[in-house]
Design a protein around this ligand. Structure first.
Ligand SMILES: [Zn+2]
Length: 515
């Protein structure tokens, strides 16, 4: 089925304003252009078209826009350039600085005046899925038992693959260049990522207490075929559902599997208070202490949510370099609670950002996630000075890449890294005013004002995957049509299931009306 999603090679109509004008000619003009000169886009929403091929073989000079390198410092270039050679960042800086690079004059120039360019965003916890808008206003464990787990029982490889095509396409359109996806039948997910050009870390939903999930055996098979493909753009980790879905032995086997394949482990934990209390009742320890004892924190590991970590658990995560993916929209929607992300970061933890799935968010918009991360931090601490836009941007970019173990190749705009870039058009009415100098306000615009729909361009490894808001590699209409069909089939299959679905909620007595 994947072949039908493929789109013809992009035509000139989506290429935007690429030109081959000399850089020096542009530079004079761009340097004199004040940030407040925010001329609106053309009335039809598209810019003048050039027939110049996009990227010129993954080598191009992106110029004329504000650049936020997000390399861990609060640096920016108000009117800057990024030079990409063979998909790798060769120079970043002011227009003048970059124009002196020997390669600057020999590559295609891509003018993005009026935009800001930032590193590609890392959605460090997502689930492909098709339940958007169908299971609202209920507590986590009841929701899992009555909606999510029955959908797992009804899932087929074909339906699962259509969900990944949709999730990754939606993410890419909104500036997400890398996903950590916990899902099922993930050979189809790999096909979607391969065709789209997005980075993907695949972590199957495994469990052994219920038979409607993946197993460590299917996870092993995925590792054998997809441990690292296309030079690491797509990689496979070991996945584990929540603690109550998996036996103690399964954790130990998962740790051994991850060690055997030299890969990471991804699981959910400490999402709800009840989960922590029940864990203490069953095992006499809090979840992270249990994980530590069972060995799953020995190698690279990412815990999704981590809302209710106490100080001892934070210390364990710091000691074992265990990363946390903060999912503020999901945590608010399911009333799970506010993670102490300021405390976690101060303690040295790597804290990435994730949307969680379409069913608990209900979109995969990392810009919206950044806003909610900041707002939840502020309201939960009653401190308006926290949730600084630079800190939040760090979580969505470099920290996310660090959590995924790929910060040596992506996560920031630095020389030598692969060119995973996102351009946001700042010329829209809702960004006015765009200010420079002491009043520089672009980081705040990205976190509090921007949405996925403001993204115009996305590059991964220098490949121009989204241009003028259109995906170059797949037919989005076809992706949506297939996902709609797959969802209808999934709901039909779920309605036809025999009997209730076994889950921890009823077996362990999870509360019905609270997290
Ligand atoms: Zn999740």
């Amino acid at each position: 089925m994947s072949a039908t999603f493929r789109r013809r090679e992009p035509d000139a109509a989506v290429h935007g304003r690429e030109t081959r004008r000399p850089v020096a000619g542009n530079a004079r003009c761009l340097r004199s252009r004040p940030m407040s000169d925010t001329s609106p886009p053309a009335a039809n929403g598209s810019d003048p078209v050039s027939a110049t091929p996009v990227g010129g073989g993954n080598s191009f000079l992106l110029t004329g826009m504000t650049v936020l390198p997000c390399e861990g410092e609060r640096t920016f270039h108000e009117v800057g350039s990024v030079l990409v050679v063979a998909g790798v960042i060769a120079a970043v800086g002011s227009v003048d600085e970059v124009s002196h690079h020997p390669a600057a004059g020999s590559v295609t120039t891509v003018d993005r005046s009026g935009h800001v360019v930032l590193p590609g965003l890392h959605n460090a916890h997502v689930h492909s899925g098709l339940l958007r808008g169908t299971a609202e206003s209920m507590a986590l464990w009841e929701w899992l038992e009555n909606h999510v787990d029955p959908a797992h029982r009804a899932l087929t490889p074909e339906i699962a693959e259509a969900a990944s095509w949709m999730a990754y396409t939606e993410g890419l359109l909104g500036g997400t260049t890398s996903v950590l996806d916990m899902w099922r039948f993930m050979e189809g997910s790999a096909r979607a990522a391969e065709a789209l050009g997005i980075r993907a870390t695949l972590a199957p939903y495994t469990a052994d207490r219920y038979d409607h999930f993946e197993s460590l055996e299917t996870n092993r098979r995925l590792l054998e075929t997809h441990r690292s493909i296309d030079g690491g753009r797509i990689q496979t980790w070991v996945g584990l559902e929540h603690i109550f879905y998996c036996s103690p032995q399964m954790f130990r086997d998962a740790a051994a599997l991850a060690e055997e394949f030299d890969t990471g482990i991804h699981t959910h934990s400490s999402e709800s208070i009840w989960e922590v209390q029940e864990c203490q009742r069953q095992y006499g320890r809090r979840p992270i202490e249990v994980f530590y004892e069972r060995g799953i924190l020995d190698g690279p590991s990412i815990i999704a949510h981590g809302v209710w970590l106490d100080d001892r658990e934070v210390s364990i995560c710091a000691e074992t370099s265990t990363a946390i993916t903060h999912c503020p929209c999901s945590n608010m929607k399911l009333a799970s609670g506010p993670a102490r992300i300021g405390h976690y970061r101060d303690a040295g933890l790597t804290v990435g950002l994730g949307t969680d799935g379409e069913k608990e968010n209900n979109n995969l918009d990392m810009f919206e996630e950044m806003k909610f991360a900041s707002l939840l931090h502020k309201v939960s601490t009653l401190d308006p000075t926290v949730g600084d836009p630079w800190d939040i941007l760090d979580m969505a970019t470099l920290a996310g890449a660090r959590a995924l173990g790929i910060d040596d190749v992506t996560g920031s705009i630095e020389v030598g890294k692969e060119a995973d870039l996102v351009a946001v058009d700042l010329r829209a009415l809702h960004f006015v005013p765009v200010l420079s100098g002491d009043d520089f306000n672009v980081p705040a615009h990205l976190v509090f004002t921007a949405s996925a729909r403001d993204v115009t361009d996305v590059w991964v490894r220098g490949r121009h995957l989204v241009s003028n808001g259109e995906v170059a590699t797949v037919d989005v209409t076809e992706v949506a049509r297939r996902a709609q069909e797959a969802a209808e089939e999934l709901f039909e299959r779920r309605r036809a299931l025999d009997g209730p679905t076994a889950s921890p909620a009823s077996e362990l007595g999870a509360p019905e009306h609270s997290a």
